[in-house]
Design a protein around this ligand. Structure first.
Ligand SMILES: Cc1ncc(C[n+]2csc(CCOP(=O)(O)OP(=O)(O)O)c2C)c(N)n1
Ligand SMILES: [Mg+2]
Length: 329
């Protein structure tokens, strides 16, 4: 079904705003890392914005999402504030997790975002457990969990697919196949075809163009409807490409600049802009205004984070959020 065509212009524009905010947020974070303004590391999803916007955009408010370590865009899509995400990156206590989580642990429970994680595939079994609980509580919601092409091969992903089918739980597996797991091309470490392998668990599985926001929106909407009505899992392999390196220390020696150019030409933002223009939803001038608005919001988020970065938790306060026990707590 063409779910996208049934949505109103407001929703279509909202998807566009999420993509733009995600794009400008991550470009700014990249720049700030280069200047040494942010410590630690980060994983950017530039080029993967269609998945960020359409996965969260097709979910309902009370559907849970569990992003990967590349989760800034999903955080925005689920309604998270770029102010509190930027403050988190600068480790201030105004950050979404009081500055204790950083880029890889952006958790936003009020927006039903269970948080990203540095443990590859770590969220997958958790999502199945959450969906199991949801089914027991007779809720008409789903749990959407993101995983990469690398994470797909983890034992815990395979066990989770099996259990999700056996238990018949409403979980949407969203595999962001960006063709690489760190420096390794998926062609060198993925046996066979991801969609077919997921389908072999007797789970409905589809492969889509993950750089086309409309296609992702339709696939997720269908998956959601099926998961809620049938109380069954659904698997989506969303083919995309990460424009930058795996993390901040990656010089991308394992692939060519020509390959990167090829995929940059498939830019999900530009493709969606063409649709918005051709369908008369937005004019060139309005597109320009949306760009400016998104850029300004990110600049404002940076100044908020810079102004408040001095407010950090004391050691005593920070210890309140350590869940392990022990003498020295
Ligand atoms: C359990 C575990 N194994 C290994 C790593 C190291 N590691 C971090 S990211 C990554 C690659 C993940 O690739 P993929 O799942 O395709 O996600 P992508 O980074 O491409 O979004 C690896 C192996 C880890 N963080 N956790
Ligand atoms: Mg990958």
């Amino acid at each position: 079904m063409n779910y996208f065509e049934k949505t109103n212009d407001e929703k279509k524009i909202r998807l566009y705003e999420i993509m733009l905010t995600s794009r400008y947020f991550e470009e700014k974070v990249n720049e700030m890392f280069m200047k040494g303004l942010i410590h630690g590391t980060t994983h950017l999803g530039l080029g993967q914005e269609a998945g960020h916007a359409a996965l969260s955009g097709a979910l309902c408010k009370e559907d849970w999402i569990l992003p990967t370590h590349r989760g800034h865009g999903h955080f925005i899509g689920k309604g998270g504030s770029v102010y509190s995400m930027m403050a988190e990156l600068l480790a201030g206590s105004y950050g979404i997790d009081k500055g204790l989580g950083g880029s890889m642990h952006m958790t936003d429970v009020k927006n039903f975002n269970m948080g990203s994680s540095g443990v590859v595939a770590g969220a997958v079994p958790i999502a199945v457990g959450m969906a199991f609980a949801m089914k027991k509580q007779s809720k008409d919601n789903v749990v959407a969990v993101c995983l990469g092409d690398g994470a797909f091969n983890q034992g815990m992903t395979q066990e989770s697919l099996n259990l999700a089918r056996v238990w018949e739980v409403p979980v949407v597996f969203f595999c962001e196949n960006n063709l690489y797991g760190m420096s390794a091309p998926a062609s060198k470490f993925v046996a066979g075809d991801i969609t077919k392998r997921a389908g072999s668990y007797d789970i409905r599985a589809v492969k889509i163009d993950g750089n086309d926001v409309i296609e992702v929106y339709n696939a997720v909407s269908e998956a959601r409807e099926y998961a809620v009505s049938e109380k069954m899992p659904y698997f989506i392999e969303s083919k995309t490409y990460r424009w930058l390196g795996h993390s901040k220390s990656d010089l991308r020696k394992y692939r060519t600049r020509e390959e990167e150019e090829y995929y940059k030409n498939l830019c999900p933002v530009k493709r969606y802009e063409e649709y918005l223009l051709n369908s008369g939803i937005l004019t060139e001038k309005e597109i320009q205004v949306y760009h400016e608005k998104a850029q300004q919001e990110i600049l404002d988020a940076v100044s908020f984070a810079e102004k408040t970065r001095g407010n950090i938790l004391t050691l005593e306060e920070a210890k309140k959020y350590v869940y392990s026990g022990g003498e020295d707590r």
